[in-house]
Write a protein that binds this ligand. Structure first.
Ligand SMILES: [Zn+2]
Length: 137
């Protein structure tokens, strides 16, 4: 893929995501972290580098997610898939309280919060600042 094609694809994904991380919903222009184009289903799992499998992700979410597509919660026998921003609605799986803390509304939401450490103190503080300014969720 040429540099020009790569830039165009990045821009397209950013537009689809409305400039937000598709996992934690922080806004890129208010974030402390660079944003990445992230493979929802990693290439090693058969994922493609097409818009239907690419998400706009803050650096933190991308670093934590890596090629993971699932994790386990308390019940160690059940593998829970991670949130897929191309197939699922964020608001169906997550809810932010007034402090910026994220609540998982479903097992998928809880699994994603756990694996991506979405409630790390720095991340909660970042969301709270955006919330106070009226830019979150
Ligand atoms: Zn994020």
């Amino acid at each position: 893929m040429s540099e020009s094609s790569r830039k165009q694809l990045r821009k397209r994904i950013a537009i689809i995501a409305s400039g937000r991380c598709e996992y934690c919903r922080v806004l890129e222009y208010l974030s402390h972290h660079d944003f990445h184009i992230e493979h929802i289903i990693g290439i090693q799992h058969g994922g493609t580098s097409t818009p239907s499998n690419l998400a706009y992700s803050c650096a933190w979410c991308n670093w934590k997610k890596c090629p993971n597509i699932a994790t386990i919660l308390e019940d160690k026998d059940i593998l829970i898939p991670l949130f897929n921003p191309r197939k699922q609605n964020w608001f169906s799986h997550f809810e932010a309280d007034e402090t910026g803390f994220l609540l998982g509304k479903t097992a998928i939401g809880k699994a994603t919060i756990k694996l991506l450490e979405l409630n790390h103190a720095e991340r909660v503080e970042e969301r709270k600042r955006m919330m106070v300014a009226g830019f979150y969720p």
